[in-house]
Write a protein that binds this ligand. Structure first.
Ligand SMILES: Nc1ncnc2c1ncn2[C@@H]1O[C@H](COP(=O)(O)OP(=O)(O)OP(=O)(O)O)[C@@H](O)[C@H]1O
Ligand SMILES: [Mg+2]
Length: 143
């Protein structure tokens, strides 16, 4: 397990952490995003997609559709949002377990709501409000 804690003072800085993380990805990873409404989970995904060479403008919270897929020159990013799911069945319905085997990166907002479905080897990113424009971003990697 490796952990790192970062303080950011803007959305761009939070995205920058994700750009750095993207450089270390090989495909097949699961990234669990934790944090309150407006913490910056979607901002983080934006940085991730940019870091992989994709178009960050296509990134938005898949709150109602559950899943957005972004193509990048490296591999696909499967962006999920568990905020509105009533339970694991909703994720089963969109073929969540199959997504884990596609060689892309699976990134889940509100991951705590579907934690039982996520592989134990994953990257957990927890974003906490720390004042106006500020966030603490904890990255914990198990493998
Ligand atoms: N340091 C920071 N890092 C990230 N976002 C920040 C920061 N400071 C301010 N913000 C603002 O906080 C908001 C974060 O929104 P974002 O959609 O990423 O949150 P979220 O965690 O995905 O919320 P939701 O659970 O509603 O999907 C944006 O408006 C962003 O501009
Ligand atoms: Mg979001």
């Amino acid at each position: 397990v490796t952990t790192a804690r970062h303080d950011t003072a803007s959305p761009e800085e939070t995205q920058g952490l994700a750009v750095d993380l993207a450089a270390a990805l090989r495909g097949g990873e699961t990234i669990a995003l934790h944090g309150d409404l407006g913490a910056g989970k979607t901002q983080f995904v934006r940085g991730l997609v940019r870091g992989l060479g994709g178009d960050e403008r296509s990134v938005s919270s898949p709150t109602y559709v559950l899943l957005n897929v972004y193509a990048t020159p490296r591999f696909s990013v499967f962006h999920l949002d568990a905020y509105r799911v009533s339970g694991p069945d909703d994720f089963d319905a969109i073929g969540f377990t199959e997504l884990l085997d596609q060689g892309g990166v699976v990134v889940v907002e509100w991951a705590g709501r579907v934690l039982d479905l996520l592989p134990p080897a994953r990257i957990d990113v927890t974003i906490t409000h720390a004042g106006e424009g500020r966030r603490v971003v904890d990255v914990r990697r198990t493998s």
